[in-house]
Design a protein around this ligand. Sequence first.
Ligand SMILES: Nc1ncnc2c1ncn2[C@@H]1O[C@H](COP(=O)(O)OP(=O)(O)OP(=O)(O)O)[C@@H](O)[C@H]1O
Length: 263
Amino acid sequence: MQSGDEPAAAVLEADALCLRFGAVEALKSVSLRVAPRQIHAVIGPNGAGKSSLLNCLSGFYRPQSGAVRFCGQDISALVPHKRAALGISRTFQGIQTYPSMTARQNILTGYDARMRTGLFSALLYWGRVRAEEEAFAAKAERIIEFLELEELRHALVGDMAYGMRKRVDLGRALALDPKILIMDEPMAGMSAEEKGDLARYILDIRDGLGIPVVLVEHDMEVVMDISDRITVIDFGQVIACGTPAEIRADERVIAAYLGGGSA
Ligand SMILES: Nc1ncnc2c1ncn2[C@@H]1O[C@H](COP(=O)(O)OP(=O)(O)OP(=O)(O)O)[C@@H](O)[C@H]1O
């Protein structure tokens, strides 16, 4: 685990984001900085603005003001697939896998966004396409090993238990060769055992792959166990940011949760 000290450089940074939906102020000047090799959780009661923040980071929502920076570059104007191509990968609530495809095929779909060779040049440079495909197949195999999916490599995802489907979904997100991984409620709907497994993979993603993770999660036990840093949002505002120990002792956080949070 990292210390609670503010690190020098941020991989991903939100700076004073303001997001409105009509009269609803979903985010009121929200800032966040994710350091290298950091698991950074975003928590808060229902409707606090957590998913809105993730959507601003990955480009699905465009805040009215504020900026999003990735490795120092202002990416506020970039659409989601351009952010993905830079290395900002994301998993969503629920399942994003294709049920009629195998685990391996699903993971390979993650590479589609990275294929450098377009259709026209593919016709001209068949060899280059083959080389690219072989490289992706080798990488997919490493992800299969990393996520311990060897025995399910050729199994149809639609036949798998929920936790395994979520694991394949994570594999698809890792196929992007991300420089950061954003996860929206990854533990939702999982059994205690599945949560334990996923928590271990998230820690391995940080420690083994060196990829920082931003996650929104309602399971406080998991959040407190695996996070290096936690940002707490309430009514669209950051009310606290610190280590799990600091957040646990924070009076505003306790009040926000006891005062009506169901998270
Ligand atoms: N696309 C949208 N259109 C209109 N209002 C929205 C939209 N997305 C979010 N909101 C509103 O913005 C506020 C913040 O919602 P958001 O989903 O970000 O909260 P949350 O913290 O993720 O909640 P939960 O934990 O319940 O998922 C809420 O009042 C919500 O109704």
